[in-house]
Design a protein around this ligand. Structure first.
Ligand code: ZN
Length: 428
């Protein structure tokens, strides 16, 4: 054997040795013989690698160094991205994307599908990622989608750019029908894309109905085209957030049609929970007190963990920071200043709720109740959910945690990796 992972707990609970030969699992049994390399899992879980089925590596790590988003909305995001697109270079895209990929690998990902914006005469991002796909093949399975961020039918040269992207090595045909100017153009886009995919033997992955508009119904057309072109199992509808706005009868029909056609769905919980529902006026049911509106009205808002592994909430660790992270998402508080405000809710506001009249701040004369985080700013704290390195009460250390130490393979060596941009521009 080339590698034996000893005492690995398999997902169904039994503990075994797993032997690897020529890159494949050769044996799963107790007490396997010696191998060239051995890892002792010590009873820890062994699973398949994580798969990130939807990311935009070309735009990764552009905030806050290159641009920001004041409102935190999807449309401002597209606008900000198109402003910096002309300045992209192959080296710049590769540097940022490589970093993002290594972060994912270090956290358990074995495969990544990246959409790559091809609404660019130079196809800079795609050319960069095609190179990276080959360079990083030893560490990760990277798949590239030709993604027409600004449309195909209504964007100048949109069809020619999509064809050029396939020529340049994109693995998957992407799309964005709801972004075209009219419904008819959206339908035409899908018809054109599916024909392109069928002609070149490519998979399909379309940003479909990523809107709250209950009249955005392109995904049913995707199902029909999947059947017409015989592409069952080879087509993915990404985002499909309009589904949460459909009436129950239509939603029922749609689920049946998608299953029958063999169309997969990829959900993007982190981004869509902050991007969607922004036009709702009321009642906006997020399942949480409307903290953004309350805060804007001058109400003091603090946060709680509520439950840890109890009959109301079977997960949880007692991390208030994690509750703040969720509040940022569910509360639509991703605007640049809003994020720091969430951290205040988790700290100073909570003190004010518990001890009215004795406001806390970090100042001389105040009680020495403090935390040193493995992060450099409140916003970075909310991004990283870092270790609380030292927790201090009345000047005494009452808890301490070693931060995680990560390494990734670069060439032949394992090198240290921190989840902060190499540029040194950290969040916030
Ligand atoms: Zn996307």
């Amino acid at each position: 054997m080339d590698l034996v992972i000893r005492n690995a707990r398999l997902p169904w609970g039994t503990v075994q040795d797993v032997g690897v030969e020529n890159g494949r699992i050769a044996a799963i049994a107790p007490g396997l013989g010696a191998a060239a390399r051995e890892i002792d899992a010590g009873g820890s879980l062994l699973s398949l690698p994580l798969v990130d089925a939807h990311i935009h590596l070309d735009a990764s790590l552009t905030v806050p160094e290159r641009t920001t988003n004041r409102s935190g909305t999807l449309l401002e995001g597209i606008e900000r991205w198109s402003q910096i697109k002309p300045d992209l270079t192959v080296d710049d895209v590769k540097t940022r994307a490589r970093q993002a990929i290594l972060w994912e690998v270090a956290q358990g990902a074995g495969a990544i599908r990246s959409h790559v914006d091809v609404c660019d005469e130079r196809l800079v991002a795609l050319r960069a990622l095609v190179q990276l796909r080959a360079e990083l093949e030893p560490v990760v399975d990277l798949q590239l989608v030709a993604f027409p961020q600004e449309g195909v039918m209504c964007y100048p040269q949109g069809q020619r750019l999509m064809e050029a992207a396939i020529e340049a090595g994109a693995d998957v045909v992407g799309g964005i029908p709801h972004y075209e100017w009219t419904r008819e153009d959206g339908i035409s886009q899908l018809q054109w894309l599916f024909a392109l995919a069928a002609r070149h033997g490519r998979l399909v992955d379309v940003h479909c109905d990523e809107t709250d508009d209950d009249q955005s119904r392109f995904v049913e057309t995707m199902a029909r085209l999947t059947a017409i072109h015989g592409l069952s199992g080879r087509v993915t509808a990404s985002h499909v957030t309009a589904m949460h706005s459909y009436n129950p009868a239509y939603a029922f029909k749609l689920r049946r049609v998608l299953a029958a056609a063999g169309v997969s769905v990829v959900a993007n919980p982190l981004t869509n929970i902050v991007l969607q529902g922004r036009f709702d006026e009321g009642p906006v049911r997020r399942g949480m007190a409307p903290i953004k509106a309350l805060d804007a009205a001058g109400v003091q808002v603090a946060l709680g963990v509520d439950c840890i592994m109890d009959p109301w909430y079977p997960v949880g660790t007692g991390s208030l920071l994690r509750a703040a992270w969720m509040a940022l998402h569910v509360g639509h508080m991703t605007g640049q200043e809003e994020m720091a405000r969430v951290f205040q809710m988790a700290t100073a506001h909570g003190h004010a709720v518990m001890r009215p009249g004795a406001p806390r701040e970090l100042a001389v004369g105040q009680p020495a109740d403090l935390v040193v985080w493995d992060a450099t700013s409140p916003v970075e704290c909310l991004r990283l959910l870092p270790a609380a390195r030292w927790v201090i009460r009345r000047g005494n250390v009452v808890a301490q945690t070693q931060p995680a130490r990560r390494e990734v393979r670069v060439g032949d060596a394992m090198v240290p990796l921190e989840l902060v941009p190499e540029s040194g521009h950290r969040s916030g």
